[in-house]
Design a protein around this ligand. Structure first.
Ligand code: HEM
Length: 418
């Protein structure tokens, strides 16, 4: 693993959070510690590409804004890219960028497909699938944990939920990666836009087919549902299916890869997991906190709102940095140690309040399945060569992670060190 560059502690006033390079191969913990210490509610000046915006880095403040959908709206976008360009074309149609009664009605509709009881067969499938992928990676000696393992799990879960034909799923993963995060700075923004359009077009075809011929899947539920006696619009159906692929796939994959790195780099924690000193649920929560795949979300203020000693003006963009809040020393004891037994662990990986992640249960299931497969099937994890970081100011994660996983049975009798 390449060590992050050790630089002088950054000055918040000189940091450009709109630039993905700011997050690439640097010690972001040091960066966020400075923000929390020096300027917890910080005005990020305009750049040549984008207008200015607020940066909220303390846990307590992030939670307060997440919770407050009266004074802050998601309808002007909920990530920096859309907030700064003035809006999201899915506003008022897709759950994450819809507020008020319409948001509640569609969320309630979708929640029925996401109840833990309904999802039990999906959960069993995730565990089975993860065990098989880990076994295959172990058998092949060396593997790329991202492309050989992590990439294959969540897309099949979303695919099963939406009954997406198997053959089409790899294309969706590729489009999704292009939409959200680029492998390097050379990939163009146009490519990302085109990938998003490809997904929407693809889903539009599926929705039309399910309306004619409904099944039990989520697309069929949305395509045949009514709110106040009226069917959902074509856009509502397509954008909400899109949001499941978007939200469900990439973040989950990122926490799986980041979790493996954390376990490999912290042998003492790996041992605690292997010996049963901690539960897989507890390790799952810490992996989620530690990896925080969705670095930020955001809102636009509807009225003037005082926050600490600053006043956020009506119309201002406010960004909430989960990757800082989850390491806030006022909330998490010893936040920079990876502690699989951490309790309490009330991170904001899945946000908070009315827009709290609809797929949080499934996100947890995926990480938990990976933790249990590694615990039960793997004796030793070795990182082989540099992990390839994604190029993004939104998703924190990896596009490549060479590893060697040694089978549990091959080293029976050893103490199971990572
Ligand atoms: C919302 C993170 C997995 C679907 C959110 C939000 C966060 C988040 C932080 C709040 C956004 C906001 O407040 O503006 C994550 C992470 C995941 C994950 C880190 C994996 C580790 C999933 C999965 C699904 C999903 C598996 C779908 C099956 C959604 C949807 C929303 C959402 C539909 C919008 C909810 C609403 O606005 O009411 N997610 N998510 N997410 N997530 Fe996830």
């Amino acid at each position: 693993m390449p060590a992050p560059q050790v630089l002088a502690p950054p000055d918040p006033a000189a940091v450009d959070l709109t630039d993905p390079r700011t997050f690439h191969d640097v010690d972001t913990h040091a960066l966020w510690r400075r923000f929390r210490e020096l300027s917890p509610v910080h005005w990020h000046p305009a750049t040549e590409r984008a207008p200015g915006f607020w940066v909220v880095s303390k846990y307590e403040d992030a939670v307060a804004v997440y919770r407050d959908n009266k004074r802050f709206t998601s309808e002007k976008g909920n990530v920096l890219a859309t907030l700064l360009q003035g809006g999201d074309s899915a506003a008022g149609k897709m759950l994450a960028v819809t507020d008020g009664p319409r948001h509640r009605a569609i969320r309630n509709l979708m929640l029925k497909s996401f109840a833990p009881r309904v999802l039990q067969p999906v959960v069993d499938g995730v565990h089975r699938h993860t065990r098989e992928l880990v076994a295959r990676a172990v058998d092949s000696g060396e593997a790329d944990f991202v492309t050989d393992v992590a990439d294959h799990v969540p897309i099949h879960t979303m695919g099963d939920l939406m009954d997406i034909p198997y053959a089409d799923r790899p294309r969706l993963v590729e489009w999704n990666t292009q939409t959200l995060s680029r492998h390097d700075s050379a990939d163009s923004e146009m490519e990302s836009l085109m990938a998003r359009n490809e997904i929407l077009l693809y889903l539009s075809g599926l929705a039309a087919e399910r309306r004619r011929n409904p099944g039990e899947d989520v697309i069929s539920v949305l395509a045949t549902a009514t709110v106040d006696g009226e069917p959902l619009t074509e856009d509502e159906i397509i954008f909400n299916c899109y949001s499941l692929i978007l939200g469900g796939d990439e973040s989950t994959r990122m926490s799986l890869a980041g979790g493996l790195i954390a376990l490999a780099e912290n042998p003492e924690q790996w041992r605690r997991l292997k010996t049963g000193d901690v539960t897989s649920d507890s390790a799952t929560e810490e992996i989620l906190r530690w990896t925080t795949p969705a670095m930020h979300f955001g809102r636009r203020a509807l009225v003037d709102v005082p926050l600490r000693e600053k006043v956020i003006k009506a119309g201002d963009v406010v960004t909430l940095w989960n990757s800082s809040a989850n390491f806030d020393e006022d909330v998490f004891a010893d936040p920079y140690s990876f502690d699989v037994g951490r309790s309490p662990n009330k991170h904001v990986v899945f946000g908070h309040g009315p827009h709290f992640c609809l797929g949080a249960f499934l996100g947890r299931v995926h990480v938990n399945a990976m933790v249990e497969a590694l615990r039960d099937q793997v004796a030793r994890v070795e990182l082989r060569g540099p992990a390839r970081r994604l190029y993004s100011n939104f998703v924190h994660g990896y596009s490549g992670l060479p590893v060697a996983l040694t089978a549990e049975r091959a080293t029976e009798g050893t103490d199971g060190d990572a």
